[in-house]
Design a protein. Sequence first.
Length: 280
Amino acid sequence: MSKKNSSHRKKVRRRVGKKASKGSFDKYDLYRRAVQSAETDVEFIRDTYKELKKKSATVVREDFCGTFALSTEWIKLGSRNIANGVDLDPEPMTYGRQHYLSKLSPEQQRRMHLFERNVLDPDLPKSDIVLAMNFSYFCFKNRDVMKLYFTNVYKSLNKDGIFIADCFGGKQCHSAIEDTNKFDGFTYYWDQTDFDPVTNEAFFYIHFRVGGQKIERVFSYDWRLWSIPELREIMQEAGFKKTHVYWEGTARDGSGNGVFTRTERGESCDSWIAYIVAEK
């Protein structure tokens, strides 16, 4: 998700695919093109593991995987790479099987494993890296439940495993906003409503306009906004020995430049994203 000077939290490392045809509506395709940057995300994941562990990772587990676009790109990144995708919702996983998995070679398909399961289940497959991306784990609003999830991740990691989770924040996250971004063939809307400062909860919606028609609330999110210190503390309580923050740099126009660097100091931006990386 986002540029630093924009309330619309959107990663700027983006590859826009083919133009949306007039009148067509494929919500998962639009979501990937507007929100995800899977091709470059897997490079960050690969490089971060190698930076911290001085060796290569092979097995990635993508929690809340949805259409598992990220897992697909991980498979394509290396001939030994294995991906495990976990999600409770069968609809996006069916889409991923039809549109992403089907385009892999038979050998690549054998390295993809999909689980229609709860990420809180205690017996998920062991991995070198576990991912919680696009802020999906913000659905856990209770601290004890978040700790249970992080503990489950910790136990399911291999000896030198790491956990990577993205997060967002900034002053604009405490306001009702609707931000708009135009792409080739469609418009993307990020809509935030009903922020409650007592609970830090808010509702978020994604709308799209395709072929002159605006489709409202295509995706809806009921989240608690967690801070970086809160998340790091819970990770440490769950057993992780170290946590690191990777903060996005700033381009000349004040937007995020898509380059994430390990740091212990951030910037007071209207809107920001970062990665938290926890080492087992």
